[in-house]
Design a protein around this ligand. Structure first.
Ligand code: NAD
Ligand code: TYD
Length: 349
C-alpha cells in the first residue's frame, strides 16, 4: 500500500502522517507539501527517518507536476489535506484560496483519474474538508451530512467548491472518493494564527488576547489525534462516494474557552489566578463571522464505530503543556519571514 498524503507538513497533516507511519509499518507514506508558511518539516522530526516515509516538496497548483508524479509512482490512495486554511487570511486574500483549494484539488483529482484509469479497484481518493461548508447555525441544531452547503467566508466557499468537485469526479468518472467534514481541531503543531495556539503564545508573552466581537461565537473542538484516528477509520472502512461528519460534541463559546485557557496558563506559569485573563481585549469582529458550528457525527460513530478518545479539559491541558515545552518551535514559526508575511497580510504582528 502506497499512500500519498498532501499537506503532511501542516498541523493536521503531520498528525495524519505520523499516525499512518506508526500504525501501518508496511505502508509507504509519501508526504507532498509545498512548505508554505503553515508547512514545517520540524513537525515530523520524530518520524522523518522511518524507512517507509518519503517527502516531496511540490505544489498542488501545478497540474503538470502532479500528472508526472502520479505517472512515476503507483499510489493506491490519496489523503488530501493540502490547503490554505485560515479564515482571516482568506478575507485578506481570497484568490489564493481559490487557486490552492479549488484548482489544487481539481489538479489532484485529474492526476488520480489519469493514473487509475485502467482500474479503480482498491483505490481511494480521500478529501479532508471542514464543517464550515455548512455555514452558520443559530442557537440550536447540528450539522448532519444532509445539511445544505451554505459557506460564508472565502475559505469555506473554496472548501465547499472543492468538495463539490470531488463528488463530481465520483459521479462523472467513477473516481472512488470519500469526504469528511470535521469541526475545529486543536493540539500540538498548530500554527499560532488560529485561536488556541495564538492565545497560548500571547499569554506566555503577556500580549493582548484579541477576542473578535463579544466572544459569543461557538465552535465545536476536536483533539487533532482523534481526527487522525477518524481519518484512519474512514480511509479504510468508509464507503465510496460517502461523506462523514467528524466532531467532538464539544461546543464552547470563544470567551468561555479563552477563560479556561487563561486559568490553565495561570496555573502552569505560576501566575496569580485571574492574571492572564487581564490580557483579554475585545476587538472589531471578523467580517461575516459565523455564529455557531456544531457537528452531528452519529453516522461515523454508528457505521464505523469511531468515538473521540479524550475530554476537552484534558486535551486542552496537554496542548498547553506541549506549547510550553516547545517554546523554541513557537519562536521559530513566529519569527523572520513569517512575521514579514503576516504583517504584509494584516498590518499587525
Ligand atoms: P495547515 O494550514 O496547518 O496546513 C496546510 C498544509 O498544506 C501546509 O503544510 C502547507 O504547506 C500545505 N500547502 C498549502 N498550499 C499547498 C500547495 N499549493 N501545494 C502543496 N502543499 C500546500 O492546515 P490544517 O489546519 O492542518 O488543515 C489541513 C486540512 O484540514 C485542510 O484541508 C483544512 O481545510 C482541513 N480542516 C482543518 C480544520 C482545522 O481545524 N484546522 C478543521 C477541519 C478541516
Ligand atoms: P480560528 O481558530 O481562526 O478558527 P475558525 O475561524 O476556522 O473557526 O477561530 C476560532 C474562533 O475564534 C472564531 O470564532 C474566531 C475567533 N478568534 C478570535 O476571537 N480572535 C482571534 O485572534 C482568532 C484567530 C480567532
Amino acid at each position: 500500500m502506497h499512500i500519498l498524503i498532501t499537506g503532511g507538513a501542516g498541523f493536521i497533516g503531520s498528525h495524519v502522517v505520523r499516525h499512518f507511519l506508526k500504525s501501518y509499518p508496511s505502508y509507504t507514506v509519501t508526504n507532498l507539501d509545498n512548505l508554505t508558511y503553515a508547512g514545517n518539516l520540524a513537525n515530523l522530526a520524530d518520524v522523518d527517518k522511518m524507512a517507509n516515509y518519503r517527502f516531496i516538496k511540490g505544489d498542488i497548483t501545478d497540474g503538470a507536476f502532479l500528472l508526472n508524479l502520479f505517472e512515476s509512482n503507483r499510489f493506491d490512495g490519496v489523503i488530501h489535506l493540502a490547503a490554505e486554511s485560515h479564515v482571516d487570511r482568506s478575507i485578506a486574500n481570497p484568490t489564493e484560496f481559490v487557486v490552492t483549494n479549488v484548482l489544487g484539488t481539481v489538479n489532484l483529482l485529474n492526476a488520480a483519474r489519469a493514473s487509475w484509469q485502467n482500474g479503480m479497484e482498491g483505490k481511494r481518493f480521500y478529501h479532508i474538508s471542514t464543517d464550515e461548508v455548512y455555514g452558520s447555525l443559530g442557537s440550536d441544531g447540528l450539522f448532519t451530512e444532509q445539511t445544505a452547503y451554505d459557506p460564508h467566508s472565502p475559505y469555506s466557499a473554496s472548501k465547499a467548491s472543492s468538495d463539490h468537485f470531488v463528488r463530481a469526479y465520483h459521479d462523472t468518472y467513477g473516481l472512488p472518493v470519500v469526504i469528511s467534514n470535521c469541526s475545529n481541531n486543536y493540539g500540538s503543531f498548530q500554527f499560532p494564527e488560529k485561536l488556541i495556539p495564538l492565545f497560548i503564545n500571547n499569554i506566555r508573552q503577556n500580549k493582548p488576547l484579541p477576542v473578535y466581537g463579544k466572544g459569543e461565537n461557538v465552535r465545536d473542538w476536536l483533539w487533532v489525534e482523534d481526527h487522525a484516528q477518524a481519518i484512519d477509520v474512514i480511509y479504510h472502512q468508509g464507503k465510496s462516494g460517502e461523506t462523514y461528519n467528524i466532531g467532538g460534541h464539544n461546543e464552547w463559546t470563544n470567551i468561555d474557552l479563552i477563560r479556561l485557557l487563561c486559568r490553565i496558563l495561570d496555573q502552569k506559569l505560576g501566575r496569580e489566578a485571574g492574571e492572564s485573563a487581564k490580557l483579554i481585549t475585545y476587538v472589531t469582529d471578523r467580517a461575516g463571522h459565523d455564529l455557531r458550528y456544531a457537528i452531528d457525527s452519529t453516522k461515523l460513530q454508528r457505521e464505523l464505530g469511531w468515538v473521540p478518545s479524550i475530554s476537552f479539559e484534558k486535551g486542552l491541558e496537554l496542548t498547553v503543556e506541549w506549547y510550553l515545552a516547545n517554546q523554541v518551535w513557537l519562536d521559530n514559526v513566529t519569527s523572520g519571514s513569517y512575521q514579514h508575511y503576516y504583517q504584509k497580510m494584516y498590518g499587525r504582528a
